[in-house]
Structures are given as C-alpha cells and as structure tokens.
Ligand binder design. Structure first.
Ligand code: ZN
Length: 369
C-alpha cells in the first residue's frame, strides 16, 4: 500500500474543500517530490474554493477530486531518475506555469504563456498537502536565508514584479498609479519603492490594506470611498500636470480600467493584470491610440527573470515584505485561511499555511505574530 498524507482536497463542484488522506504522489521520471514547509493562499485558490464560474469553466467537475494550492516553499525529498539539476535536500519553490518546451512561445523565450502550458493546482494536483510532486523544469532553488513563510509568496511577488517592470524594465525615476489593494498590489508598491520609482499612488478601498501599502512605501494613499478627493486632479497635481508614467491595474473592474486610462500620461505604459468581467468598453481612439499608450497584458511571470530578481531583493533585505504576510495557520485550519483571504472589506494581506505545527510555531516566532 502506498504511503498516505494529509491534503486539502476539492471534492465537489460547490463552495469549500475537505481535509483528506491522499496517497503521497510518486514523481514522474523528470519530476521531484517536495516536502511542503509553507504554502500560501492565492486569488486562484479562492476562485476554486468558492467554485465560481471561472473555476467551473476552467477546471470542471470531471477533474475532481483535486488537491488545491500552487504557492510553495519546501524541501526536495525524492528526484525522478531523469532529473539532472535538482537534488534531494534542495530548498525550493516552484513556478506555477509548467511550460511545454515544444510550444512556439516557449521556444521564443515566453515560457509563461505557452499554448500547452499547464498550471499547478488548476490542471492537476497542487501543494496544499504534506507532499507534492512537480516537474524539475519549474523548480526554483531558494536562498536559504529566505524563511519558508516568505519564500512561498515569491510566485505572486513575481506577478507584481512583471506587472511593474513590463517588458523593458524602464521604471527608475518614474511615477506609478497602482489600482487595487490585494497582496499583489501591495507587493507592487514595495517593489516600486525598491526599484526607484518616485511617486507611488495607491488606489484601493480597504483601509487595512492601504495602511500596509503605506508601510511598503506608497507615497499617496487614495481610498475610493473618500468622495472629497478628485483623484485624477490629485494625481495630475503631483506629477507636474502630466499623469503617471505607469499604471498597474490589479483590479480588472470597468471603473478602475476607465480611471487608469485617464490618469496615465500621454505615451505611458498600462500593465493589465486585473481579472474582472472580461469585456470592458474603453475609449480606444482618444484614450489609447491618440495618447500613444502602450498596453501590456500580464499573465504569470517572466520565467525565470522575475524569480531571480525577487530572490535577490528578498535575500539582500532590499525589500521587507513581512507587513504583507499577515496571517499564519496550520494547513489543517485552511478554512480559517480562506475566511481571512475572502474577508470583505479586506482585513488580510497574505495567508500562509504550514503542514507541520513546529514549522508554524517557528514562523510565528520569526514574524512576531
Ligand atoms: Zn498565486
């Protein structure tokens, strides 16, 4: 009989998940088996947990049961016979997008958006478990100085890094408006500060999250609930009348997109990361064409460019993301983590889960939580 482990399993096409015994996965020849030290809850996990329309369409009831989760830090305990780079004992995180090297995009260096790319925790079992299996090709060896509760969030931090840097990385000395106050937006605020942006405007709705943004280095906090402030005017007043060089959309709601395209200066870059209703009417001719706006769609992270930068920023202490990691739980208490992540108004940055209570206790001590 195969060895068993505890895991958070999506068993039915309805809200919730179950704490279940599952067989420890057997890695394929070019995969590795990882003992999970820490794993974090992402917006994607929330969609699947709630089983909203996106989850129903993307995953579908036929694929259930499936183990949730994709953000992770852990130790490699077994490697398949075809693995060459990763060794037993390596402390790793994993890129969520499992690329197919035969995809045109992969061959052109756009590993993160290949046609046949698969996603951990969406297309197959994820890492909300004591162990999980993942291809060696997407393993990223962590700096040992980055503790598991921080190493696990490198994946969403990579999203923020790519949204901020875009394709050219031309950001130093520039100004930015960030729409949203979820964890990725908060990471973006910290990264913008670390990368030398000069005016960082944060447009959000949760006082709790916006206070974290301030700690991360945002210069201007604009709560959309405050009707006394004309945000467009305010941003123009603080950018020499031009508007911001960069807009990072991390909401995807029609009102945020409309406002973002107004506060951006002529010739600026708009990074589109927010996932909202999908079809959003915009003033294409006057808002984009004649204003010379560059729009970058952001799906995932540049592999492995953002991993490299994020690791260096964390390991060097150039950025301190601890204010964003607000909640730590044992993995078996995953429901508490989801409750925190789904709270409205938002009272949570990032929630991190630990299969081993000793690992949780150590993390709490390090974080002073
Ligand atoms: Zn994620």
């Amino acid at each position: 009989m195969s060895q068993m482990m505890n895991a958070v399993v999506k068993t039915a096409p309805a809200q919730g998940a179950e704490w279940q015994q599952q067989p420890v996965p057997v890695p394929k020849p070019d995969w590795v088996l990882v003992k999970v030290k820490a794993t974090s809850i992402c917006g994607t996990d929330v969609h699947i947990y709630q089983w909203n329309k996106w989850a129903g369409d993307r995953i579908g009831p036929k694929k259930l049961p499936q183990i949730l989760g994709h953000e992770v830090a852990g130790e490699v305990v077994e490697v398949g016979p075809h693995c060459k780079r990763i060794r037993v004992g390596d402390y790793i995180s994993a890129e969520t997008h499992i690329y197919d090297p035969g995809d045109l995009q992969a061959m052109l260096g756009q590993l993160h958006i290949g046609e046949r790319m698969k996603i951990v925790g969406v297309d197959h079992d994820g890492c909300f478990a004591e162990f999980f299996a993942v291809p060696e090709s997407v393993c990223w060896v962590n700096d040992k100085g980055i503790p598991p509760e921080l190493a696990t969030v490198q994946e969403p931090m990579g999203n923020a890094c790519y949204t901020l840097l875009g394709e050219d990385g031309d950001v130093a000395g520039k100004t930015v408006a960030i729409f949203g106050d979820g964890p990725t937006a908060l990471f973006a605020a910290g990264l913008a500060r670390a990368c030398g942006l000069t005016q960082i405007f944060m447009v959000g709705m949760s006082d709790f999250a916006l206070a974290i943004a301030k700690k991360m280095g945002a210069d201007h906090i604009l709560n959309i609930g405050d009707k006394t402030v004309d945000r467009l005017q305010y941003i123009r007043d603080h950018t020499g009348g031009y508007g911001t060089d960069l807009v990072l959309d991390m909401v995807g709601a029609p009102a945020a997109v409309e406002e973002g395209l107004k506060v951006i200066r002529k010739g600026g870059r708009y990074s589109a990361f927010g996932v909202g209703p999908g079809v959003i009417p915009v003033d294409y001719v006057n808002g984009i064409v004649f204003r010379g706006i560059t729009i970058n769609g952001i799906s995932g992270r540049r592999m492995f460019d953002t991993w490299y930068r994020v690791r260096n920023l964390l390991a060097s202490g150039r950025i301190d993301i601890r204010p964003i990691v607000t909640h730590l739980f044992e993995l078996k208490d995953f429901a508490k983590g989801f409750e925190a992540a789904m709270g409205n108004p938002r009272q949570c940055g990032k929630a991190v889960l630990f299969p081993d209570p000793a690992e949780l206790a150590a993390a709490k001590k390090r974080m002073g939580i």
